[in-house]
Ligand binder design. Structure first.
Ligand SMILES: [Mn+2]
Length: 313
């Protein structure tokens, strides 16, 4: 890709601030922010593959952004990005390559600080182990409905002896008393789940909408599964999108969503429920093509940020 052929160069180069040029802020200081952005390279990587999404936050922040971007009209949101709300970017948490319990504590404590400060967290990953410590921070901020978009259901109890890895996030979430409801959308192909894992998810009470059921029954059934005024935590594994849209993932599965379908779903969810948190996981820049997936990931983050902002103003 021609590094000079960037829209930001029309407007003065890359943003000096954080994601979408929102101000950078001191980690741990919420202030009057409505939204706090942070990045995490991983929480609990598997030994077999390591932290393959470690560069995700940097790539997503770099995908789109220019000085003063927040003053421009965003046609996906029908106004400026934040519509009068305020956001701050704490940068990337100091994640360790080896100390995984410490990583989880670090993520959980920073998310808890955001919630206790009355703001809504946006966490850029990082592999899909990041929702586990993130959701743990909602113990005094529930009840929570988790809306997970993913090609995989992530209901393994353990993989290679690790219980906090990316294939276990929804099972760990189901064990948190404040997680009252889980809606999972987009499963397709074959991943870590075995038949018993699927049975456990359904037995727990997950509203499970594999991609086949979305094609046959549409998206309204997903919206109907989310109670009015629920506190919705959005857990987005970017492999929910089609590999032609986001090539940079470790588990590509044909038949995924396009950008607009996911963006419209988020807008519809925000019209009936409160968005209380968002994480974007599994974007692997090393497997991206021409920054195509990074841009899609960033734009979905912008959509969610704008929707949260509109619930705050
Ligand atoms: Mn996945």
């Amino acid at each position: 890709m021609d590094e000079d052929l960037r829209i930001g160069n029309l407007f003065g180069g890359d943003a000096a601030g954080g994601l979408f040029d929102v101000p950078r802020g001191e980690p741990g200081v919420v202030g009057d922010a409505d939204i706090v952005v942070m990045g995490a390279a991983t929480a609990t990587p598997y030994a077999s593959v390591g932290a393959y999404c470690a560069n995700g936050p940097t790539a997503i922040r770099g995908a789109v952004g220019w000085p003063g971007m927040g003053e421009h009209h965003d046609f996906d949101l029908g106004g400026t990005l934040l519509d009068g709300a305020t956001a701050v970017d704490w940068g990337d948490l100091p994640i360790s390559d080896t100390e995984f319990p410490a990583n989880r504590e670090l993520i959980e404590s920073h998310i808890r600080t955001v919630l206790d400060g009355g703001a809504v967290p946006i966490l850029l990953g990082g592999d899909d182990s990041i929702p586990i410590p993130t959701l743990a921070a909602y113990d005094n901020h529930g009840p929570v409905t988790v809306l997970q978009l993913d090609a995989h259901i992530d209901w393994r109890d353990e993989v290679q002896g690790e219980r906090f890895g990316l294939s276990s996030n929804m099972r760990r979430a189901s064990e948190m008393p404040w997680v009252k409801h889980i809606v999972q959308v987009g499963a397709r192909g074959s991943g870590s789940a075995r038949p018993a894992d699927v049975a456990d998810a359904i037995g727990w009470g997950v509203d499970l909408f594999p991609m086949r059921s979305i094609r046959q029954g549409g998206m309204q059934q997903v919206l109907d599964a989310i109670p009015d005024d629920a506190n919705v935590y959005l857990a987005l594994d970017i492999d929910a999108l089609d590999p032609s849209v986001v090539p940079g993932v470790i588990g590509p599965a044909p038949g995924g969503f396009d950008y607009g379908t996911v963006s419209d779903l988020f807008e519809a969810v925000a019209s009936k429920a409160r968005l209380v948190g968002f994480n974007l996981a599994e974007f692997a820049p090393s497997a991206d093509v021409g920054n195509r997936g990074a841009l899609v990931a960033a734009r979905l983050a912008a959509t969610v940020m704008g929707l949260i902002a509109r619930q705050r103003t």
